[in-house]
Write a new protein. Structure first.
Length: 212
């Protein structure tokens, strides 16, 4: 099998959740990645799917890394700057492992589905059975394999479970088009609904949302 030319992003360069997110995004679409980090997902989507790739990133180092790759990324904060984007400006707005780090997740989610026809949101599930067991037996906040952070250095300030997230989407009148659980080995498993079993068995999850 031929390898990718130098400088191009291969699917193996992506985190498991980013590979699954990329699979949800249609070719030639308009994409805004909120909290895009070093831009690896945007670069992959631009190169492999021909999307109109834009990003917003709070960290200056991440913005510089994106700009060096020729990506259209600006510095900004999801909590305060999404309001400046016009409605329906994008086909997809991506928020990967960032929602729990925002000050007002409900407001951010509302902005995502206003700006884009679809929102793709991934996050760590604190209802996962290993996380529950560690808290029960050790009596300490778990360090999940999905973020590797202790309670005092984690960027996450609003821990939630799959069921919490599903309830919020229902309150906002959002439709869940797809839901995928991510196992520790990075494998994705699509589910038809969010219930107790999914909440126990998914360490991470990705939701493809649309306005109701």
């Amino acid at each position: 099998m031929a390898s990718d030319p130098p400088g191009l992003v291969a699917s193996g360069d992506l985190r498991s959740d980013l590979r699954l997110i990329a699979d949800m995004i249609a070719s030639k679409s308009r994409v805004l990645d909120v909290g895009c980090g070093d831009g690896v997902l945007l670069a992959y989507l631009a190169q492999k799917k021909g999307v109109d790739a834009r990003g917003i990133e709070i960290g200056q180092d991440g913005v510089h890394a994106c700009v060096k790759q020729g990506l259209s990324v600006i510095q900004g904060d999801a909590d305060t700057d999404l309001k400046d984007y016009p409605s329906d400006a994008f086909d997809y707005v991506v928020l990967s492992k960032t929602l729990q780090a925002t000050r007002n997740p409900r407001h951010v989610l509302e902005q995502l589905v206003r700006i884009g026809r679809h929102a793709v949101v991934s996050f760590v599930n604190f209802g996962y059975w290993r996380t529950r067991l560690e808290l029960l037996l050790a009596g300490r906040m778990p360090v999940t394999s999905a973020n590797g952070c202790r309670w005092y250095d984690s960027p996450d300030i609003h821990h939630c479970t799959l069921i919490d997230f599903a309830h919020l989407t229902a309150e906002l009148g959002l439709g869940i088009e797809r839901a995928v659980l991510i196992a520790r080995d990075g494998a994705g498993r699509e589910i038809s609904g969010v219930g107790r079993w999914a909440n126990l068995t998914g360490e991470q999850a990705i939701f493809l949302l649309r306005r109701g």
